[in-house]
Design a protein. Structure first.
Length: 232
C-alpha cells in the first residue's frame, strides 16, 4: 500500500455523511472518535473552521472504569449497552451487573449511577464543541444544524443532550450510497473510512482529467484542494 494523499480526518468524514445542501446552508460536523473529537464548520460550500479536541469516547470508558472499579473491557461494554448521557432519563430502579476488580461475585449497581459517571464527560465534549463554534463565528447560526458522526456519538442520550445544550438541529450522520458491504459500514463509526475511499476515487478522477463522480461533498473537495495548493 502507498499513500496517495493526506486528508484531515473530519473532511474525510464530511465526504461520507454531508450533502451539498448542508454544505451550502452552513453546517457543523462533529466526529466523536476514540481519542479525539474533530470539529469542522462549513458555510457556502467551504470549510471555515476546523479543530481537534483532545477528548473522545475512550475518555468516557476510562471514567466508567475508574468510577465503577472495573476493567476497561467491562467499562466499554457497560457504556455501549447501558450508558446514557442524561441521568434523569434513567429510572432509579434499573440495575446493571458488572465484575469489579478484585471481586469474585457479580456486583449490582444502579444504571443511573453509570449515567451520572458518563454525563459530565459528555457535557465536557459538547461544551468544547460549542466553544469551537463560537471561535468559528457560527455559534447558534448554522441553518444546516449539527451532524454528529463517529462511534462515540452512538452513546444513548448524546444527541438529545447536544440539541438541548447547543440549541440547533441535530442528526446522526452515517455513510450513505454504499454498495457491497453497505450493511457492515452503515454506522457512523465508519464515516471516515468510507469518506477516504470516496476522496481517493475523486482524487484519481481529478488526476485523470475527469469530473468527480457522485453526490455529497464534491464541491468541498474541489475547493479544499484549491485552498491547500494556494496555502502551500
Amino acid at each position: 500500500m502507498s499513500v496517495e494523499d493526506l486528508v484531515v480526518q473530519v473532511l474525510a468524514s464530511a465526504e461520507a455523511v454531508l450533502n451539498d445542501n448542508e454544505l451550502e446552508l452552513g453546517v457543523a460536523l462533529v466526529d466523536v472518535g476514540g481519542g479525539t473529537t474533530d470539529v469542522a464548520l462549513f458555510a457556502d460550500g467551504s470549510v471555515v473552521h476546523t479543530a481537534v479536541l483532545p477528548v473522545g469516547a475512550i475518555h468516557v470508558t476510562n471514567d466508567v472504569a475508574i468510577g465503577l472499579r472495573t476493567t476497561l473491557g467491562e467499562a466499554e461494554m457497560l457504556k455501549v449497552n447501558y450508558g446514557h448521557a442524561i441521568p434523569a432519563n434513567i429510572p432509579r430502579e434499573e440495575m446493571v451487573e458488572l465484575h469489579q476488580i478484585g471481586q469474585d461475585r457479580v456486583q449490582v449497581v444502579p444504571r443511573r449511577h453509570l449515567a451520572e459517571i458518563i454525563a459530565p464527560r459528555a457535557r465536557e465534549i459538547l461544551d468544547m464543541v460549542r466553544l469551537e463554534m463560537r471561535r468559528g463565528g457560527h455559534d447558534g447560526f448554522l441553518p444546516g444544524g449539527i451532524v454528529f458522526t463517529g462511534g462515540g456519538c452512538r452513546l444513548l442520550g448524546f444527541t438529545e443532550a447536544a440539541q438541548s445544550l447547543l440549541d440547533l438541529p441535530v442528526r446522526i450522520g452515517a455513510p450513505g450510497q454504499t454498495i457491497g458491504m453497505s450493511d457492515q459500514v452503515a454506522g457512523p463509526a465508519y464515516a471516515t473510512a468510507v469518506g477516504l475511499l470516496r476522496w481517493g476515487t475523486k482524487l484519481r478522477h481529478h488526476a485523470n482529467g475527469h469530473a468527480p463522480v457522485g453526490a455529497g461533498a464534491s464541491a468541498l473537495y474541489t475547493r479544499t484542494v484549491r485552498w491547500i495548493k494556494d496555502f502551500f
